[in-house]
Write a protein that binds this ligand. Structure first.
Ligand SMILES: Cc1cc2nc3c(=O)[nH]c(=O)nc-3n(C[C@H](O)[C@H](O)[C@H](O)COP(=O)(O)OP(=O)(O)OC[C@H]3O[C@@H](n4cnc5c(N)ncnc54)[C@H](O)[C@@H]3O)c2cc1C
Length: 416
C-alpha cells in the first residue's frame, strides 16, 4: 500500500483516541496521521461538573493535547477553516492546505449561548452561567461561593446536548452542596427541561424523576426556553411560561463546529455530520468518517460513546484502505455514571435498541446498574485516571467495547 494521509479534525476525546489507535494500527510507512486542533489544551470535560462546587480545580482537568498523542502523530495547532470535499483537502485558517486520503471529523460541538435571546446580555457570567466551559465552571464556582440562598434554576435550552445527564448531576450536587453549607432550606432548586420527563430514556427518566422529588427539586418539563432577562431574573418559554431566578445555570444550545457550515455538503442544518450509525462512514463521501459529538447519530453525545465508536472507526478505516467491506459493529452502546450527591452515583448502560436496564455492568460481578451506590461514585472518580492512561492512548479495556454487554443485566426491568 502506498503511504496514505489520514487527517483528523479535532484533538479532543475522539480525535486523540482515533489518532493513537490508528498510529498503533499502521506502520509509519503505511500512513501519515495528522491531528488539527485550535489550541493545545485537552480538557477532561466530565471533570468540569465538579469545578463549580470546589471539588476540582480547572488545572487538574486540563493537559497539553500534544502530550496525549503518540509519537509519529503530527499535531497542527490551527483553526480549521473549511473542507473542499471534491479535492479531498482541508483548508486551515492560516492558508495551509492539508490533502487527505481519509478524513475523520471529530470536532465535537460548539456552545451557542448567543442563540438564546438575552442570555449573553446583562447578567451573563454574573447571575447566569454555564459549567460546560472551563471559564464558565470557574466563574460559577465563585458565584456559588457568594450565594446565600434564593432561587437556583438549572435549564437545558434544547437537545441535543453533550452528556445529557450532566445537568441532572449538577442539580443533585447543588442539593448536596447547599445542604453542606446549611442554606438548602433558604434555596428553591428548579430543574427546567424541554423534555417531557427528567431524561430521554423512559425507565431511567422515571427513576431520575423520583430522585429529584426525593431531594425536593422542582421538575419543570416541556420548557422550551426562548428568552432571558438577566436584570429582572426571569427565564421565559415559547409557550409563555416564566421562571424567576436569582442564579441561572444554563446548558446553552449546541451546534456543530462552524467550519462544517462553511463546507458545502458536509453537515446538516445544525452543523452535525450525517454518519452511518453502525459503520461511522459518512454518506458525504466514502473516505470521510466521523465520530463523537460531531455526528448526527441517535445516541447520547458522550465520551463513552466516542470511545466505543473509535474502535469501530479505526477498524473501518483499515478496511476502507484495504478495499474490504466495512464492519457494521457499532450498536449505539453508551454508558454514563450519574453523580447523585452524598458520595453516591448511578450507572446506566444502553444502546440504540435497549433501554437502561437494572443488573450489573459489565458482568454479573460488576457495578450496580440503575441503583445509587458508593461503588459507582468511586468508579466515576477513578474514571479520570482511566481516561488519561487507558482510553486516550487507545488501550483495550477487557469486557468493555462497542457492543453492549447483556451479561449481568435483568431483561425485565424490575425494582426501578
Ligand atoms: C460538563 C460535562 C460533563 C461531561 N460528563 C461526561 C461523562 O460523565 N461521561 C461521558 O461519557 N461524557 C461526558 N461528557 C461529554 C464528553 O466530554 C464528550 O462527549 C466528548 O468529549 C466528545 O468528544 P469529541 O471528540 O466528539 O469532542 P471534543 O472532545 O469536545 O473535541 C472536539 C475538538 O475539536 C476542536 N475543534 C472544533 N472546531 C475546530 C476548528 N474549527 N478548528 C480546530 N479545532 C476545532 C475543539 O477545540 C475540541 O478540542 C461531559 C461533557 C461536559 C461538558
Amino acid at each position: 500500500m502506498t503511504r496514505k494521509q489520514i487527517v483528523i479534525l479535532g484533538g479532543g476525546t475522539g480525535g486523540t483516541m482515533a489518532a493513537n489507535r490508528l498510529r498503533r494500527r499502521f506502520h509509519a510507512d503505511e500512513a501519515e496521521i495528522h491531528v488539527v486542533d485550535r489550541d493545545d489544551r485537552h480538557v477532561y470535560q466530565p471533570g468540569l461538573l465538579f469545578v463549580p462546587f470546589g471539588l476540582a480545580h480547572v488545572e487538574e482537568v486540563v493537559r497539553p493535547r500534544r502530550r496525549q498523542l503518540r509519537d509519529g502523530v503530527v499535531f497542527h495547532e490551527r483553526e480549521v477553516d473549511s473542507i473542499v470535499l471534491d479535492r479531498d483537502e482541508v483548508l486551515l485558517h492560516d492558508g495551509t492546505v492539508l490533502p487527505y486520503d481519509v478524513l475523520v471529523v471529530a470536532s465535537g460541538v460548539r456552545l451557542q449561548p448567543e442563540e438564546t435571546e438575552g442570555l449573553t446580555g446583562p447578567g451573563w457570567n454574573e447571575r447566569m452561567f454555564t459549567f460546560y466551559s472551563p471559564q464558565g465552571a470557574v466563574l460559577l464556582n465563585e458565584a456559588l461561593e457568594r450565594f446565600e440562598g434564593g432561587r437556583l434554576v438549572v435549564n437545558l435550552v434544547d437537545m441535543p446536548i453533550k452528556c445529557p445527564v450532566a445537568p441532572l448531576e449538577f442539580v443533585f450536587l447543588a442539593d448536596w452542596y447547599l445542604r453542606e453549607r446549611r442554606i438548602r432550606s433558604k434555596t428553591e432548586l428548579v430543574y427546567a427541561t424541554p423534555l417531557d420527563g427528567a431524561f430521554t430514556k423512559p425507565i431511567a427518566s422515571e427513576h431520575l424523576a423520583g430522585l429529584l422529588a426525593e431531594k425536593e427539586i422542582e421538575l419543570v418539563t416541556e420548557f422550551n426556553a426562548g428568552e432571558v432577562d438577566g436584570v429582572g431574573g426571569t427565564l421565559g418559554s415559547y409557550d409563555g411560561r416564566e421562571l424567576g431566578f436569582d442564579l441561572l445555570v444554563t446548558i446553552p444550545l449546541h451546534g456543530g463546529a462552524a467550519y462544517v457550515g462553511r463546507s458545502p455538503g458536509l453537515g446538516d442544518a445544525l452543523g452535525f455530520v450525517p454518519t452511518d450509525k453502525q459503520t461511522l462512514q459518512t454518506p458525504v463521501k466514502p473516505n470521510v468518517f466521523a465520530l463523537g459529538d460531531a455526528t448526527d447519530l441517535p445516541t447520547s453525545k458522550a465520551g463513552s460513546v466516542t470511545h466505543f465508536e473509535a474502535e469501530v472507526l479505526v477498524e473501518n478505516i483499515a478496511r476502507y484502505l484495504a478495499d474490504e467491506e466495512l464492519d457494521a459493529a457499532y450498536d449505539g452502546h453508551a454508558n454514563c455514571f450519574i453523580e447523585t450527591g452524598f458520595h453516591k452515583a448511578l450507572l446506566i448502560d444502553f444502546n440504540y435498541e435497549t433501554e437502561p436496564l437494572p443488573g450489573r455492568f459489565p458482568s454479573a460481578f460488576g457495578l450496580p446498574l440503575l441503583r445509587q451506590s458508593r461503588l459507582n461514585h468511586v468508579g466515576k472518580l477513578m474514571f479520570q485516571w482511566i481516561y488519561w492512561h487507558a482510553l486516550l492512548p487507545g488501550r483495550e479495556i477487557p469486557g468493555i467495547g462497542p457492543t453492549m454487554p447483556m451479561r449481568g443485566k435483568k431483561a425485565i426491568p424490575i425494582d426501578v
